[in-house]
Design a protein around this ligand. Structure first.
Ligand code: 5GP
Length: 212
């Protein structure tokens, strides 16, 4: 049976570019799978149902909650977002590492259930830069932008609940840091007890050890 994959949770204030970092990370690492969230928010220009999100109506989302189909869910900026449970558990079981890009409320719920996961918080180089990025993105109304900026500065204090903080000043550098984190996490002793067991079970042919 393959070794269980690692759950990698990525959060950070709106506008930090965590979506871009995750996209680039997934593009160049085939062992990673992306968990597509369900949301009640409307698609933005260019977003595709089933690729960016599963866009669902509120009553459908409520049904998913009632059926216990979501690993976690949260209300973010007036919309509901949730992680479909089945896909995540199935991929982890198959040995794939799974990336969840979710908000801090959802991340902390997942951390209670999966303390062995890897929790990464992406931060912007500065709050000014964060505001610039959200304005430039041009995908949200002014009211939503203001709400996102207010939440962002409060959210930064939650970074301490994560295992790693990665500053996204250059996307390629941030992606590389996340790759390094994942590579190191894969080598942790507690994830590799089977390697030692295998060495023991393969035994040792003492007679064949050359004498000096
Ligand atoms: P956006 O509307 O900009 O795509 O996402 C808004 C926020 O919702 C982001 O912080 C994003 O990480 C978060 N989010 C996306 N999917 C999920 C999810 O499945 N669960 C939770 N808790 N948050 C999510």
């Amino acid at each position: 049976m393959p070794q269980q994959g690692i759950l990698i949770v990525v959060s950070g204030p709106s506008g930090t570019g965590k979506g871009t970092v995750c996209r680039e990370l997934l593009r160049s690492n085939s062992h990673l799978k992306y968990s597509i969230s369900a949301t009640t928010r409307s698609p933005r220009a260019g977003e595709v149902d089933g690729i960016n999100y599963l866009f669902v109506a509120k009553d459908q989302f409520r049904k998913m909650i009632d059926n216990d189909d979501l690993l976690e869910w949260a209300e973010v900026y007036g919309n509901f977002y949730g992680t479909p449970r089945h896909y995540v558990l199935e991929q982890l079981h198959k040995g794939y590492d799974v990336v969840l890009e979710i908000d801090t409320q959802g991340a902390m719920k997942v951390k209670e259930k999966f303390p062995e996961g890897v929790y990464i918080y992406i931060i912007p180089p500065s709050l000014d830069e964060l505001a610039n990025r959200i304005y430039k993105r041009g995908t949200d109304s002014i009211d939503v932008i203001k709400k996102r900026l207010q939440c962002a500065s409060g959210e930064l204090s939650l970074a301490q609940n994560y295992h790693y903080i990665v500053m996204n000043d250059q996307v390629a550098a941030a992606v590389q840091k996340v790759e390094i984190i994942i590579a190191a996490e894969k080598l942790r002793a507690e994830r590799n007890t089977a390697l030692i067991d295998n060495l023991y079970s393969a035994g040792c042919v003492v007679n064949e050890v050359p004498t000096l």
